[in-house]
Design a binder for this molecule. Structure first.
Ligand SMILES: Nc1ncnc2c1ncn2[C@@H]1O[C@H](COP(=O)(O)OP(=O)(O)OP(=O)(O)O)[C@@H](O)[C@H]1O
Length: 225
């Protein structure tokens, strides 16, 4: 079976100020093309888990596999490369560079990866913008567009390197219902048309119900999938 992501007995402790066992024996498998949401009460460990899965946090016990490759123990430089190439990440806040245009923002991760010419990257960025129905925003400064538009641009930026999986930590948490629906519909379209795998932490029941699978967490454990 091809898994985009897989963990084996993942555990994490925060050691300070006192030992806190925040993730307990997480065994998780995300199939290619699957749209999964993670739900659970505030403080149950969702963001902590997502940061490990996205390879940003390496301080854990157990094993993490990305596209069937063991990620645990790889060098920071290798992780940065794998992350940029294979994982798209969308946060609750967009983190766009306000003084750069929308196109420039989207192109940055691909320029950093350095595998394509600027002309190719620009063509790809425009294709993604069109797919997200925001082609008209390309030449605007990022600070001059609306909140909902910013989040769509952040999604476009996360897609520029054609990742294996798109992860989000409450990507609709800061949006009104209209813009949340917009983002959900984009995610569904990416799954359907591009076969993209998605893993999204959300507090929104309506959002989660429309995904293929909901993983419920409680007190650092997966209690139901
Ligand atoms: N650096 C840290 N040191 C100690 N404890 C931490 C640290 N970061 C987070 N925690 C604790 O770990 C637990 C899990 O936090 P996490 O942010 O993963 O929860 P969450 O499920 O994402 O919550 P929310 O839905 O509110 O975002 C919480 O009790 C939090 O207070």
């Amino acid at each position: 079976m091809d898994f985009v992501l897989k963990t084996h007995n993942l555990n994490k402790h925060f050691r300070k100020p006192v030992d806190f066992h925040v993730l307990k024996n997480i065994n998780l498998e995300i199939k290619k093309g699957e749209f999964t949401s993670i739900m659970g009460k505030s403080g149950c460990g969702k963001s902590t888990l997502l940061y490990i899965l996205s390879t940003m946090d390496t301080d854990y016990e157990g094993e993490l596999y990305l596209n069937n490759e063991l990620i645990t123990g790889q060098s920071a430089a290798r992780l940065a490369h794998l992350r940029n190439k294979h994982i798209g990440f969308v946060f609750q806040f967009h983190y766009l560079l306000g003084e750069f245009t929308v196109l420039e923002n989207i192109m940055l991760p691909a320029q950093k990866l350095g595998e394509r010419s600027d002309a190719e990257i620009k063509a790809k960025a425009m294709e993604i913008l069109d797919m997200l129905n925001i082609g008209h925003l390309g030449h605007k400064l990022a600070r001059r567009i609306s909140g909902g538009e910013k989040q769509r641009v952040a999604i476009a930026r996360a897609l520029i390197n054609e990742p294996s999986i798109l992860m989000g930590d409450e990507p609709t948490g800061n949006l009104d219902s209209h813009n949340s629906d917009n983002v959900l519909n984009i995610f569904k379209k990416l799954k359907k048309e591009k076969g993209l795998s998605l893993l999204i932490v959300t507090h929104d029941e309506d959002f989660a119900r429309q995904t293929d699978r909901i993983i419920y967490m409680e007190d650092g454990r997966i209690v139901e999938q």
